[in-house]
Design a protein around this ligand. Structure first.
Ligand SMILES: NC(=O)C1=CN([C@@H]2O[C@H](COP(=O)(O)OP(=O)(O)OC[C@H]3O[C@@H](n4cnc5c(N)ncnc54)[C@H](OP(=O)(O)O)[C@@H]3O)[C@@H](O)[C@H]2O)C=CC1
Ligand SMILES: N[C@@H](CC=O)C(=O)O
Length: 337
């Protein structure tokens, strides 16, 4: 039996659930020949109660993170998380992360390690609904366009606004349920969906896809009112925050904005916190993925899935090796709201 020493960065919504799932999966991991052992847990406040985590493993000092066989980063942010993830990767320690902001914004530093198979990030987009691995499995296809509801918080808020709940209350509910980012402006401003779209773009069309370009094409949901949503409904439409990747003007464009969707559109059928993605490829045609896209256990299950991937000898998630040629097609027209 081999011991896998795990250094955990963050024990909040996702990290706390991961510790619980690790306990529940101990037997299965051992059947694989690996005994998981938490060796340190970085948090901001070591005094908070943390069920399942022996207090002596907690530290607030990044310099005190114990040596490990894998670093699991579920703390969020781009600065400290980035430094610690890079430090591990430089030492050839594989990293599992759910942090799409880090992946999107510090890709220049991370890309080489991702290409070397050291970076695992299934949880970063659509959380427990496995689209990262699925999109890699589609490399034998030519992607034509992709559209997704990638932020659970916004989808939840829009559903609650439609039900007549005020915006502030809907956001508070999403925070209480563990869906929102520590800074919810990332959600409602569209930036979280933009981070995720950037990650997907590098997996599918161009390993160099620039975060700044997606960011410049991003609008959120703050301006939406119950009246606008009602008016859309009266016209047989729903308004959703949609992230799209499509060819336009001789280049791939990544864009995030609220759009009016016919009520029968596959993306319009997703309720509450569900995420969904429609992609069209030349060979397979239209593919639809949908499922839970936020929440502690939902996300932790994907992080744990990456741990299984690691111990079973599979590499991390690789970006597409070179840029995909641009298809000459008509893309789906989505009306901005
Ligand atoms: N929640 C979700 O549904 C999803 C989240 N993610 C991603 O997973 C990551 C974690 O999210 P989530 O668990 O919701 O976040 P939380 O805010 O609930 O947890 C963050 C954890 O990291 C610790 N932490 C944060 N900053 C520091 C710091 N500077 N120094 C030491 N410890 C720190 C916090 O410590 P303390 O507990 O002491 O405050 C906390 O334990 C993020 O990158 C997020 O984008 C991805 C998919 C879905
Ligand atoms: N804040 C995010 C969490 C998952 O990535 C969301 O609401 O989708």
């Amino acid at each position: 039996m081999e011991t896998v020493r795990i250094a955990l960065l963050g024990a909040g919504t996702v990290g706390g659930c991961l510790v619980e799932l690790l306990g529940a999966h101990r037997g299965r991991l051992e059947a694989f020949g690996y005994r998981p052992e938490l060796v340190s847990v970085l948090v901001r406040d070591a005094g908070k109660p943390r069920p399942g985590i022996p207090p002596h493993l907690l530290t607030t000092d990044p310099a005190a993170i114990a040596e490990a066989d894998v670093l699991i980063e579920v703390m969020g942010g781009t600065k400290l998380a980035g430094e610690l993830v890079l430090r591990a990767l430089e030492a050839d320690t594989p990293v599992i992360t759910a942090n799409k902001a880090l992946l999107a914004e510090r890709w220049g530093e991370l890309r080489g390690y991702a290409e070397a198979g050291l970076l695992y990030y299934e949880a970063s987009v659509m959380a427990g609904t496995p689209v990262i691995g699925a999109l890699q499995s589609l490399w034998g296809n030519r992607l034509l366009e992709l559209h997704g509801i990638l932020n659970g918080t916004c989808n939840y808020i829009l559903g609650r606004l439609e039900a007549g709940i005020p915006y502030a209350q809907a956001l508070k509910e999403a925070q209480d349920k563990g869906y929102a980012e520590a800074d919810p402006t990332l959600d409602v401003g569209g930036f979280d969906a933009a981070h995720k779209l950037t990650v997907l773009s590098r997996l599918t069309v161009d390993p160099d896809f620039a975060w700044e370009e997606v960011r410049a094409n991003t609008r959120g949901i703050e301006h939406l009112t119950p009246e606008l949503l009602d008016e859309a409904r009266a016209n047989g439409q729903v308004i959703r925050l949609v992230a799209s990747l499509f060819p336009e003007g001789g280049r791939w464009v990544g864009k995030v904005r609220p759009v009016r969707l016919p009520a029968s559109h596959p993306l319009a059928l997703m309720g509450s916190v569900r995420n969904a993605m429609v992609c069209r490829t030349q060979e397979v045609g239209e593919l639809v993925f949908s499922g839970a896209g936020a929440g502690g256990h939902v996300t932790a299950s994907a992080v744990l899935g990456d741990l299984y991937r690691l111990v079973s000898g599979q590499p991390g998630h690789l970006p597409i090796p070179n840029a995909l040629p641009l298809p000459d097609i008509r893309v789906e027209a989505l009306e901005e709201a």
